[in-house]
Design a protein around this ligand. Structure first.
Ligand SMILES: [Zn+2]
Length: 149
């Protein structure tokens, strides 16, 4: 775990918000090296989340599974991104804001139990919440919430 990568994910979420998009930032690293970064997409490509875009990009560049890489995100991944993470081979994900830290009225989809789904996967993926930049991440997220009301 490297706090600089968490910080980078938060900075990207801020960039994403400033570009009028959902405030998500994602960073894929190998050891101590950043391999790629991404932000969200705008309508009508709102299904292209930072995590899915980044996994596609890095997979295309490496032409391989991402088992040796770690993902850092500003928010816990949604179900779609969880699927992508699963298929990419990534084994560890660090995130700042959990589903329940944000207003579920505006984010995520339904009331699925993320932890229960992760436990049932055939391949283990570690999800680790790091709250070092929690207040910054929440402030950025709340700005986005205000912008859509
Ligand atoms: Zn997602």
């Amino acid at each position: 775990m490297n706090k600089n990568f968490i910080k980078k994910a938060i900075e990207l979420s801020k960039d994403s918000l400033e570009q009028g998009k959902f405030p998500a930032g994602a960073v894929i690293v190998e050891g101590n090296k950043i391999i790629g970064t991404e932000t969200s997409s705008a309508y009508p490509h709102q299904h292209l989340h930072a995590e899915t875009k980044l996994i596609d990009k890095v997979t295309a560049e490496t032409d391989d599974q991402l088992g040796e890489y770690e993902l850092y995100t500003s928010l816990a991944p949604c179900l779609m991104c969880l699927g992508k993470i699963y298929w990419s081979g990534i084994k560890r994900v660090y995130y700042v804001l959990a589903r329940n830290d944000v207003n579920l009225k505006y984010s995520y989809e339904g009331n699925h139990d993320f932890e229960r789904i992760v436990k049932k996967l055939n391949r283990k993926i570690e999800f680790i919440q790091d709250k070092t930049y929690f207040d910054e991440a929440l402030e950025i997220y709340r700005k986005w919430e205000k912008s859509i009301r």
